[in-house]
Design a protein around this ligand. Structure first.
Ligand SMILES: Nc1ncnc2c1ncn2[C@@H]1O[C@H](COP(=O)(O)OP(=O)(O)O)[C@@H](O)[C@H]1O
Ligand SMILES: [Mg+2]
Length: 282
């Protein structure tokens, strides 16, 4: 039994500061833990963490610190399973399909040649994504064979994960997507994200603009199913409005950013996260 909540971070962004402030306001003992300073002895009991909200930006640091702490019995939000499933777009895709949730049509190829052969048969354009990544980084629109070869060639020299060629249909949608923040079984706030000047991706990190989105029952039902598919607790779900297929889920973020969602909707997401962590405390 512990009375504290830990915020595990490697960079302090607006989100982490806001969580700390929200906890302080509620009189909760909030511990800010810099993951970069940790050496967790895996063979002895870990020091008191309390319920831990995982906020590391680095994918590998986040995944492995969650594994270590959860393995030692610490209640980490989100869990290791969620970090594994949501942290990888291919793994998420398979779970969304399994749970009957619409998601962009995708193909995975395991070499540059196999990807190019597939694209030749299917036709362009397609979207190539690293299975692990965020902020729209390294997501490329393959318009034709020339651009595909150029982009894939550079990936051949990178870390092996970039030689997994995860390809998605280019979804026919308005120039925006939807980011829904879920705390437990509720979409607590959602925004439209419009792509920035000269961009087709709608990530805020790429200059996207945000507007409030009024949560609908249809959308919330999809989000609940998507969250459950990856065993999530507090997640950011990205959806697109496909002209042909309606709402499709294309990503689930397990350490989601929410600064713009708070700014645009006025919903106190950090306070709701702290409440959730308090109530999930063992
Ligand atoms: N299949 C697609 N069709 C059209 N636009 C897409 C597609 N996939 C992603 N996008 C755009 O690119 C952005 C980034 O893609 P996403 O899968 O969310 O990766 P990231 O983890 O980098 O945010 C999306 O928010 C959306 O605007
Ligand atoms: Mg995204």
């Amino acid at each position: 039994m512990s009375s504290s909540i830990s915020i595990l971070y490697d960079t302090i962004r607006w989100e982490e500061k806001a969580l700390f402030e929200a906890g302080k306001k509620k009189g909760v003992d909030i511990r800010m833990v810099d993951c970069r300073g940790l050496a967790i002895n895996l063979d002895s009991t870990v020091e008191e963490f309390g319920t831990t909200i995982q906020r590391c930006v680095s994918y590998y640091r986040s995944l492995h610190s969650t594994a270590a702490l959860e393995g030692k019995g610490v209640d980490v939000i989100n869990s290791l399973n969620t970090s594994i499933y949501a942290g990888n777009k291919l793994f998420t895709h398979m779970l969304l399909l399994k749970h009957g949730i619409r998601t962009p049509f995708s193909t995975v190829a395991f070499s540059e040649d196999a990807a190019l052969n597939y694209l030749e048969k299917r036709g362009y354009p397609m979207v190539l994504k690293p299975t692990v990544g965020s902020w729209g980084r390294m997501i490329s629109l393959l318009k034709d064979r020339d651009s595909a070869e150029g982009i894939m060639e550079t990936r051949e020299k990178m870390y092996p994960i970039y030689q997994v060629y995860y390809l998605e249909e280019l979804v026919n949608r308005p120039p925006r997507d939807i980011r829904a923040i879920m705390v437990g079984d509720t979409v607590v706030a959602a925004i439209y994200r419009y792509s920035g000047e000269g961009q087709w991706k709608t990530n805020m990190a790429l200059g996207g603009k945000a507007e409030p989105f009024k949560v609908t029952k249809e959308m919330e039902d999809i989000c609940i199913k998507a969250k459950n598919a990856v065993q999530g607790q507090i997640v950011g779900i990205d959806l697109m409005e496909s002209e042909e297929n309606g709402l499709v889920v294309h990503e689930i973020n397990n350490t989601t950013e929410y600064k713009n969602t708070v700014r645009v909707t006025g919903v106190d997401i950090p306070a709701l996260m702290i409440d959730y962590a308090l109530q999930s405390r063992k």
